[in-house]
Design a protein around this ligand. Structure first.
Ligand code: NDP
Length: 276
């Protein structure tokens, strides 16, 4: 139902998944299990979201075969360094009750990410992750990483919407075969009442959220919207039965206002550090 994108090592990633940031408590079970019921086969979590254990419980209870589900998790900032990273994947796997994750990402480019990447390569070789990648890496971080590593990250998970359309990093990653997963693809809801977006959505009989997701899909991004509400979880996956026209894509592309809804101050600090 959801088209897949082939990563540089041949691993297929569903182009749409469920985001789970701030999904906690009983909500995790309800939301993840409902998402699987309506066709989601890709779940995005992280050690820092503290919901891996509950997601693991649902994966065990659910009838969908493990091979049909794509699980991404991320190494947290306190787990950088070679030995710590090797330990961190074990902890995540244990919490998720899994033998392997499909994608393991470095959550943020904090100090020590080069040493950590050495461990990521080993995690890939051992089969504990089918693919490895990074998150929140801007061009200077990627430059630093690529100068010293053997394996080029298969994925970079960064914020990307029509309102934060950073063409330079998208182009940079595309040239190097790095697939982009767009975090906060719905701008955390902050732009869903933009009249220009509502106007485009009405042309297709779709919601503003569906237009934002479809925009990313048509740009070749992996989209991971999060919702706690059943009708929205369902709505967010119903984006494969229409195409946004070239003209409307162009209009959406022009919405850029460098709006970052997540971690903008951390981002600035990390960018400045590596820009020297
Ligand atoms: P999103 O951009 O996915 O927006 C989620 C918000 O939009 C929620 O408030 C939700 O409310 C609302 N919403 C969802 N669907 C609809 C809809 N159809 N119509 C109207 N409102 C809707 O925000 P996130 O920040 O959660 O990003 C998505 C995922 O990206 C995260 O969950 C996480 O997995 C990942 N992420 C990764 C980061 C990183 O550092 N790598 C940083 C940030 C996010 P409600 O729940 O009430 O429906």
């Amino acid at each position: 139902m959801v088209p897949e994108i082939i990563l540089n090592n041949g691993v297929k990633i569903p182009s749409l998944g469920l985001g789970t940031y701030q999904l906690r408590g009983k909500n995790v079970e309800r939301v993840v299990s409902y998402a699987l019921d309506v066709g989601y086969r890709h779940i995005d979590t992280a050690m820092a979201y503290t919901n891996e254990k509950r997601i693991g419980t649902i994966l065990q209870q659910n009838d969908v075969p493990r091979a049909d589900i794509f699980i991404t998790t991320k190494l947290w900032n306190i787990d950088h360094g070679y030995e710590a990273a090797l330990k961190a994947i074990e902890t995540s796997l244990q919490k998720l009750s899994l033998d392997y994750v499909d994608l393991y990402l470095i959550h943020w480019p904090v100090e020590g990410f080069i040493e950590t990447w050495g461990a990521m390569e080993e995690i890939l070789a051992s089969g504990k992750a089918r693919a490895i990648g990074v998150s929140n890496f801007m061009i200077p971080h990627l430059e630093k990483l690529l100068a010293t590593t053997k394996v080029v990250p298969f994925v970079n998970q960064i914020e990307c919407t029509p309102y934060l359309h950073s063409r330079e990093i998208l182009e940079y990653c595309k040239k190097r075969g790095i697939t982009i997963t767009a975090s906060s693809p719905l701008t955390r809801g902050t732009k869903l009442d933009d009249p220009r977006l509502i106007n485009i959505a009405s042309n297709y009989g779709k919601s503003p959220a569906q237009i934002l997701i479809r925009w990313g899909i048509q740009h070749g991004l992996v989209e991971i919207p999060k919702s706690t509400q059943e009708h929205r979880i369902k709505e967010n996956i119903q984006v494969f039965d229409f195409m946004i026209s070239k003209k409307d894509m162009k209009e959406l592309d022009g919405f850029n206002e460098d709006l970052r809804v997540h971690g903008s101050s951390v981002h600035k600090k990390l960018a400045e550090k590596y820009l020297g």
